[in-house]
Design a protein around this ligand. Sequence first.
Ligand code: ATP
Ligand code: LTN
Length: 342
Amino acid sequence: MAQETNSKYLINGKQNILSGSAPSGDLTLGNFIGAIRQWGNLQNEYNCYYMVVDLHSITTRQDPKVLRERSISFFAQYLAAGLDPKKNTIFFQSHVSAHSELAWILNCFTPYGDLTRMTQFKDKSVKHPKNINAGLFTYPVLMAADILLYDCHLVPVGEDQKQHIELTRDIALRFNNEFGETFVVPEPFIPKVGGRVMALQEPSRKMDKSDPNQNNTVFLLDEPKVIEKKLKSATTDSGTTIEYTEEKPGVKNLLEIYSSLSEEKIDSIVQKFEGKMYGHLKVDLASLVVEKTQHIRDEYKRLIADKNFLHSVMKENAERASAHADKTLSRVYDKIGFVPKA
Ligand code: ATP
Ligand code: LTN
Protein backbone atom coordinates (compact mmCIF):
# COMPACT_ATOMS: atom_id res chain seq x y z
CA MET A 1 0.00 0.00 0.00
CA ALA A 2 1.62 3.28 -1.05
CA GLN A 3 2.03 5.78 1.80
CA GLU A 4 0.06 8.48 -0.12
CA THR A 5 -3.05 6.32 -0.14
CA ASN A 6 -2.99 5.90 3.63
CA SER A 7 -5.00 8.99 4.54
CA LYS A 8 -7.76 6.89 6.09
CA TYR A 9 -5.27 5.70 8.68
CA LEU A 10 -4.42 9.23 9.84
CA ILE A 11 -5.64 10.37 13.24
CA ASN A 12 -6.48 14.09 13.44
CA GLY A 13 -4.63 14.43 10.15
CA LYS A 14 -1.45 12.96 11.65
CA GLN A 15 0.49 9.82 10.77
CA ASN A 16 0.97 7.16 13.46
CA ILE A 17 4.20 6.23 15.20
CA LEU A 18 4.99 3.48 17.67
CA SER A 19 8.10 2.50 19.55
CA GLY A 20 9.13 0.94 22.81
CA SER A 21 11.85 -0.41 25.02
CA ALA A 22 12.01 -3.71 26.87
CA PRO A 23 12.40 -3.64 30.68
CA SER A 24 15.13 -6.29 30.58
CA GLY A 25 17.66 -3.97 32.25
CA ASP A 26 17.74 -0.28 33.17
CA LEU A 27 17.40 2.40 30.47
CA THR A 28 20.75 3.50 29.04
CA LEU A 29 22.24 6.52 27.36
CA GLY A 30 22.04 4.41 24.15
CA ASN A 31 18.28 4.00 24.55
CA PHE A 32 17.99 7.74 25.21
CA ILE A 33 20.07 8.91 22.23
CA GLY A 34 18.95 6.21 19.78
CA ALA A 35 15.28 6.19 20.67
CA ILE A 36 13.63 8.05 23.57
CA ARG A 37 14.97 11.49 22.73
CA GLN A 38 13.66 11.15 19.16
CA TRP A 39 10.26 10.14 20.52
CA GLY A 40 9.96 13.45 22.38
CA ASN A 41 10.79 15.37 19.21
CA LEU A 42 8.00 13.63 17.29
CA GLN A 43 5.12 14.12 19.70
CA ASN A 44 3.73 17.28 18.12
CA GLU A 45 3.84 16.20 14.50
CA TYR A 46 2.64 12.60 14.83
CA ASN A 47 0.07 10.54 16.67
CA CYS A 48 2.49 8.60 18.88
CA TYR A 49 2.26 5.32 20.81
CA TYR A 50 5.09 4.45 23.18
CA MET A 51 5.21 1.18 25.06
CA VAL A 52 6.99 -0.45 27.92
CA VAL A 53 7.62 -3.67 26.02
CA ASP A 54 7.11 -6.10 28.87
CA LEU A 55 5.94 -9.08 26.76
CA HIS A 56 9.21 -8.95 24.83
CA SER A 57 11.32 -8.72 27.99
CA ILE A 58 10.46 -12.27 29.12
CA THR A 59 12.23 -13.84 26.14
CA THR A 60 15.11 -13.79 28.63
CA ARG A 61 14.47 -14.75 32.30
CA GLN A 62 13.31 -11.90 34.50
CA ASP A 63 12.87 -11.88 38.26
CA PRO A 64 9.12 -11.09 38.69
CA LYS A 65 9.64 -8.53 41.46
CA VAL A 66 12.39 -6.73 39.56
CA LEU A 67 10.37 -6.83 36.32
CA ARG A 68 7.34 -5.22 37.97
CA GLU A 69 9.38 -2.46 39.63
CA ARG A 70 11.47 -1.83 36.55
CA SER A 71 8.44 -1.65 34.27
CA ILE A 72 6.90 1.08 36.44
CA SER A 73 10.27 2.79 36.56
CA PHE A 74 10.45 2.76 32.73
CA PHE A 75 6.98 4.25 32.53
CA ALA A 76 8.01 7.07 34.91
CA GLN A 77 11.27 7.60 32.97
CA TYR A 78 9.35 7.99 29.70
CA LEU A 79 7.22 10.71 31.30
CA ALA A 80 10.26 12.26 32.98
CA ALA A 81 12.09 12.37 29.62
CA GLY A 82 9.33 14.67 28.38
CA LEU A 83 6.71 12.42 26.80
CA ASP A 84 3.38 14.06 27.52
CA PRO A 85 0.70 11.40 28.25
CA LYS A 86 -2.01 13.71 26.92
CA LYS A 87 -0.29 14.09 23.54
CA ASN A 88 1.12 10.54 23.32
CA THR A 89 -0.36 7.18 24.23
CA ILE A 90 2.08 5.62 26.71
CA PHE A 91 1.29 2.13 27.93
CA PHE A 92 2.38 -1.37 28.92
CA GLN A 93 2.36 -3.87 26.05
CA SER A 94 0.77 -6.53 28.33
CA HIS A 95 -2.18 -4.21 29.06
CA VAL A 96 -3.39 -4.46 25.46
CA SER A 97 -4.26 -8.09 24.72
CA ALA A 98 -4.47 -7.48 20.96
CA HIS A 99 -0.63 -7.61 20.80
CA SER A 100 -0.49 -11.30 21.76
CA GLU A 101 -3.55 -12.09 19.65
CA LEU A 102 -2.26 -10.53 16.44
CA ALA A 103 1.18 -12.06 17.05
CA TRP A 104 -0.35 -15.54 16.87
CA ILE A 105 -2.02 -14.77 13.54
CA LEU A 106 1.15 -13.26 12.07
CA ASN A 107 3.15 -16.27 13.27
CA CYS A 108 1.07 -18.29 10.84
CA PHE A 109 2.03 -15.91 8.03
CA THR A 110 5.78 -15.69 8.71
CA PRO A 111 8.13 -18.14 7.01
CA TYR A 112 10.44 -20.02 9.37
CA GLY A 113 13.38 -19.18 7.07
CA ASP A 114 12.84 -15.42 7.51
CA LEU A 115 13.13 -15.76 11.29
CA THR A 116 16.32 -17.80 11.08
CA ARG A 117 17.99 -14.79 9.42
CA MET A 118 17.37 -12.39 12.32
CA THR A 119 20.74 -11.33 13.70
CA GLN A 120 19.34 -10.40 17.12
CA PHE A 121 18.08 -13.98 17.54
CA LYS A 122 21.52 -15.32 16.65
CA ASP A 123 23.26 -12.90 19.07
CA LYS A 124 20.88 -13.59 21.94
CA SER A 125 21.08 -17.37 21.41
CA VAL A 126 24.83 -17.12 21.88
CA LYS A 127 24.37 -14.96 24.98
CA HIS A 128 21.73 -17.21 26.57
CA PRO A 129 22.62 -20.73 25.38
CA LYS A 130 20.57 -22.37 28.16
CA ASN A 131 17.37 -20.52 27.29
CA ILE A 132 16.87 -20.49 23.52
CA ASN A 133 13.08 -20.48 23.75
CA ALA A 134 10.43 -20.28 21.03
CA GLY A 135 9.51 -16.74 22.17
CA LEU A 136 13.07 -15.55 21.49
CA PHE A 137 12.75 -16.97 17.99
CA THR A 138 9.32 -15.44 17.22
CA TYR A 139 10.09 -12.13 19.02
CA PRO A 140 10.18 -10.17 15.71
CA VAL A 141 6.66 -11.37 14.88
CA LEU A 142 5.35 -9.90 18.14
CA MET A 143 7.18 -6.71 17.23
CA ALA A 144 5.48 -6.73 13.81
CA ALA A 145 2.12 -7.13 15.57
CA ASP A 146 2.96 -4.14 17.82
CA ILE A 147 3.63 -1.96 14.81
CA LEU A 148 0.85 -3.14 12.51
CA LEU A 149 -1.88 -2.84 15.16
CA TYR A 150 -1.48 0.95 15.22
CA ASP A 151 -1.36 1.52 11.43
CA CYS A 152 2.13 2.95 11.87
CA HIS A 153 3.78 4.93 9.13
CA LEU A 154 7.06 5.42 10.99
CA VAL A 155 8.93 3.47 13.66
CA PRO A 156 11.68 5.44 15.46
CA VAL A 157 14.35 2.95 16.57
CA GLY A 158 18.11 2.49 16.85
CA GLU A 159 20.11 0.91 14.03
CA ASP A 160 19.92 -2.61 15.58
CA GLN A 161 16.16 -2.81 14.96
CA LYS A 162 16.26 -2.09 11.21
CA GLN A 163 16.10 -5.77 10.28
CA HIS A 164 12.97 -6.27 12.41
CA ILE A 165 11.22 -3.38 10.67
CA GLU A 166 12.13 -4.88 7.29
CA LEU A 167 10.56 -8.17 8.39
CA THR A 168 7.45 -6.25 9.52
CA ARG A 169 7.21 -4.66 6.07
CA ASP A 170 7.50 -8.09 4.41
CA ILE A 171 4.77 -9.53 6.65
CA ALA A 172 2.46 -6.57 5.95
CA LEU A 173 3.03 -6.62 2.18
CA ARG A 174 2.47 -10.38 1.97
CA PHE A 175 -0.74 -10.15 3.99
CA ASN A 176 -2.01 -7.20 1.93
CA ASN A 177 -1.29 -9.09 -1.29
CA GLU A 178 -3.20 -12.11 -0.12
CA PHE A 179 -6.19 -10.46 1.61
CA GLY A 180 -6.32 -6.95 0.13
CA GLU A 181 -5.35 -3.71 1.88
CA THR A 182 -5.22 -4.42 5.61
CA PHE A 183 -1.98 -3.06 7.05
CA VAL A 184 -0.04 0.18 6.65
CA VAL A 185 3.50 -0.68 5.53
CA PRO A 186 5.86 1.11 8.00
CA GLU A 187 9.23 2.79 7.47
CA PRO A 188 12.10 2.80 10.01
CA PHE A 189 13.17 6.18 11.38
CA ILE A 190 16.79 5.97 12.52
CA PRO A 191 18.84 8.97 13.74
CA LYS A 192 21.74 9.93 11.43
CA VAL A 193 24.14 10.23 14.37
CA GLY A 194 23.63 8.22 17.57
CA GLY A 195 21.73 5.32 16.02
CA ARG A 196 24.29 2.99 17.55
CA VAL A 197 25.96 4.13 20.77
CA MET A 198 28.78 1.73 21.56
CA ALA A 199 29.87 0.13 24.87
CA LEU A 200 32.33 2.40 26.71
CA GLN A 201 34.91 -0.28 27.53
CA GLU A 202 34.40 -2.36 24.38
CA PRO A 203 33.50 0.11 21.60
CA SER A 204 33.28 -2.69 19.03
CA ARG A 205 29.82 -3.60 20.34
CA LYS A 206 26.65 -1.71 21.18
CA MET A 207 25.91 -0.23 24.58
CA ASP A 208 23.41 -2.68 25.99
CA LYS A 209 21.19 -2.44 29.04
CA SER A 210 21.76 -6.08 29.93
CA ASP A 211 25.58 -5.88 29.69
CA PRO A 212 27.11 -7.68 32.71
CA ASN A 213 29.94 -5.10 32.81
CA GLN A 214 28.22 -1.97 34.17
CA ASN A 215 31.20 0.20 33.21
CA ASN A 216 30.22 -0.29 29.57
CA THR A 217 26.94 1.47 30.12
CA VAL A 218 25.75 4.85 31.31
CA PHE A 219 22.28 4.42 32.79
CA LEU A 220 19.84 7.31 32.57
CA LEU A 221 19.34 7.24 36.33
CA ASP A 222 23.06 7.06 37.19
CA GLU A 223 24.11 9.88 39.53
CA PRO A 224 26.36 12.58 37.96
CA LYS A 225 29.46 11.29 39.80
CA VAL A 226 28.92 7.80 38.39
CA ILE A 227 28.39 9.18 34.87
CA GLU A 228 31.66 11.14 35.15
CA LYS A 229 33.54 8.10 36.41
CA LYS A 230 32.27 5.82 33.64
CA LEU A 231 33.01 8.32 30.86
CA LYS A 232 36.48 9.14 32.22
CA SER A 233 37.37 5.45 32.19
CA ALA A 234 36.02 4.86 28.65
CA THR A 235 38.46 2.93 26.45
CA THR A 236 40.24 5.10 23.89
CA ASP A 237 43.67 4.13 22.50
CA SER A 238 47.33 4.86 23.09
CA GLY A 239 47.37 7.80 20.64
CA THR A 240 46.78 11.41 21.56
CA THR A 241 44.99 13.14 18.65
CA ILE A 242 41.23 13.46 18.71
CA GLU A 243 40.13 12.20 15.29
CA TYR A 244 36.90 10.79 13.89
CA THR A 245 38.01 7.57 12.26
CA GLU A 246 37.17 3.84 12.25
CA GLU A 247 40.70 3.23 13.52
CA LYS A 248 39.77 4.90 16.82
CA PRO A 249 36.40 3.33 17.72
CA GLY A 250 36.48 4.54 21.33
CA VAL A 251 37.12 8.19 20.41
CA LYS A 252 34.64 7.92 17.52
CA ASN A 253 31.95 6.75 19.92
CA LEU A 254 32.62 9.61 22.35
CA LEU A 255 32.49 12.13 19.49
CA GLU A 256 29.18 10.71 18.27
CA ILE A 257 27.64 10.90 21.74
CA TYR A 258 28.90 14.47 22.00
CA SER A 259 27.52 15.39 18.58
CA SER A 260 24.10 13.89 19.12
CA LEU A 261 23.64 15.56 22.51
CA SER A 262 25.05 18.97 21.55
CA GLU A 263 23.65 18.88 18.00
CA GLU A 264 27.05 20.17 16.82
CA LYS A 265 28.65 18.71 13.69
CA ILE A 266 31.42 16.15 14.34
CA ASP A 267 33.91 18.26 12.33
CA SER A 268 33.45 21.30 14.48
CA ILE A 269 33.78 19.23 17.68
CA VAL A 270 37.05 17.75 16.35
CA GLN A 271 38.25 21.30 15.61
CA LYS A 272 37.29 22.48 19.09
CA PHE A 273 39.44 19.74 20.65
CA GLU A 274 42.40 20.17 18.31
CA GLY A 275 45.68 19.86 20.23
CA LYS A 276 43.85 18.73 23.39
CA MET A 277 44.10 15.38 25.18
CA TYR A 278 41.48 12.61 25.29
CA GLY A 279 40.95 13.56 28.94
CA HIS A 280 39.58 16.99 27.92
CA LEU A 281 37.03 15.41 25.61
CA LYS A 282 35.95 12.96 28.31
CA VAL A 283 35.55 15.66 30.99
CA ASP A 284 33.55 17.95 28.67
CA LEU A 285 31.44 15.04 27.45
CA ALA A 286 30.65 13.99 31.03
CA SER A 287 29.39 17.54 31.80
CA LEU A 288 27.31 17.52 28.62
CA VAL A 289 25.73 14.14 29.41
CA VAL A 290 24.92 15.24 32.97
CA GLU A 291 23.50 18.55 31.74
CA LYS A 292 21.29 16.95 29.06
CA THR A 293 19.89 14.25 31.34
CA GLN A 294 19.63 15.96 34.76
CA HIS A 295 16.04 17.10 34.17
CA ILE A 296 15.07 13.44 33.70
CA ARG A 297 16.54 12.38 37.05
CA ASP A 298 14.89 15.33 38.83
CA GLU A 299 11.47 14.77 37.29
CA TYR A 300 11.75 10.99 37.78
CA LYS A 301 12.22 11.39 41.55
CA ARG A 302 9.01 13.39 41.73
CA LEU A 303 6.98 11.07 39.49
CA ILE A 304 8.03 7.73 40.96
CA ALA A 305 6.80 8.92 44.38
CA ASP A 306 3.34 9.63 42.92
CA LYS A 307 2.02 6.11 42.25
CA ASN A 308 -1.63 7.25 42.11
CA PHE A 309 -0.85 9.57 39.24
CA LEU A 310 1.18 6.90 37.40
CA HIS A 311 -1.62 4.33 37.78
CA SER A 312 -4.30 6.67 36.50
CA VAL A 313 -2.17 7.62 33.47
CA MET A 314 -1.35 3.99 32.62
CA LYS A 315 -5.03 2.98 32.81
CA GLU A 316 -6.32 5.86 30.69
CA ASN A 317 -3.55 5.44 28.09
CA ALA A 318 -3.98 1.64 27.81
CA GLU A 319 -7.68 2.16 27.13
CA ARG A 320 -6.83 4.58 24.31
CA ALA A 321 -4.30 2.11 22.87
CA SER A 322 -6.77 -0.81 23.11
CA ALA A 323 -9.42 1.13 21.23
CA HIS A 324 -7.11 1.50 18.22
CA ALA A 325 -5.56 -1.97 18.44
CA ASP A 326 -8.91 -3.78 18.78
CA LYS A 327 -10.21 -2.11 15.63
CA THR A 328 -7.23 -3.37 13.61
CA LEU A 329 -7.52 -6.84 15.11
CA SER A 330 -11.22 -7.04 14.10
CA ARG A 331 -10.25 -6.02 10.56
CA VAL A 332 -7.72 -8.87 10.47
CA TYR A 333 -10.12 -11.44 11.98
CA ASP A 334 -12.65 -10.50 9.34
CA LYS A 335 -10.14 -10.82 6.49
CA ILE A 336 -8.95 -14.27 7.50
CA GLY A 337 -12.46 -15.64 7.97
CA PHE A 338 -13.10 -15.88 11.71
CA VAL A 339 -16.76 -15.83 12.72
CA PRO A 340 -17.63 -12.53 14.42
CA LYS A 341 -18.66 -12.67 18.11
CA ALA A 342 -22.48 -12.75 18.45
P1 ATP B 1 18.29 -5.60 25.23
O1 ATP B 1 19.59 -5.89 25.83
O2 ATP B 1 17.16 -6.03 26.09
O3 ATP B 1 18.16 -6.07 23.81
P2 ATP B 1 18.21 -2.93 24.11
O4 ATP B 1 18.52 -1.67 24.86
O5 ATP B 1 18.99 -3.30 22.94
O6 ATP B 1 18.20 -4.04 25.24
P3 ATP B 1 15.46 -2.04 23.87
O7 ATP B 1 15.45 -1.43 25.20
O8 ATP B 1 14.27 -2.82 23.58
O9 ATP B 1 16.70 -2.96 23.60
O10 ATP B 1 15.68 -0.89 22.82
C1 ATP B 1 14.91 0.27 22.87
C2 ATP B 1 15.33 1.21 21.77
O11 ATP B 1 16.63 1.73 22.03
C3 ATP B 1 15.40 0.55 20.40
O12 ATP B 1 14.89 1.45 19.45
C4 ATP B 1 16.86 0.33 20.18
O13 ATP B 1 17.20 0.33 18.80
C5 ATP B 1 17.46 1.55 20.88
N1 ATP B 1 18.81 1.27 21.34
C6 ATP B 1 19.18 0.29 22.20
N2 ATP B 1 20.51 0.32 22.40
C7 ATP B 1 20.99 1.34 21.64
C8 ATP B 1 22.30 1.88 21.42
N3 ATP B 1 23.37 1.38 22.01
N4 ATP B 1 22.42 2.93 20.57
C9 ATP B 1 21.33 3.46 19.96
N5 ATP B 1 20.08 3.00 20.12
C10 ATP B 1 19.90 1.95 20.95
N1 LTN C 1 12.47 -5.01 19.72
C1 LTN C 1 12.61 -3.66 20.16
C2 LTN C 1 11.58 -3.23 21.14
C3 LTN C 1 10.27 -3.20 20.49
C4 LTN C 1 9.82 -2.25 19.56
C5 LTN C 1 8.49 -2.67 19.21
C6 LTN C 1 10.38 -1.12 18.96
C7 LTN C 1 9.28 -4.12 20.67
N2 LTN C 1 8.22 -3.78 19.92
C8 LTN C 1 7.76 -1.97 18.28
C9 LTN C 1 9.62 -0.43 18.02
C10 LTN C 1 8.33 -0.84 17.70
C11 LTN C 1 13.96 -3.47 20.73
O1 LTN C 1 14.41 -2.41 20.65
N3 LTN C 1 14.58 -4.43 21.31
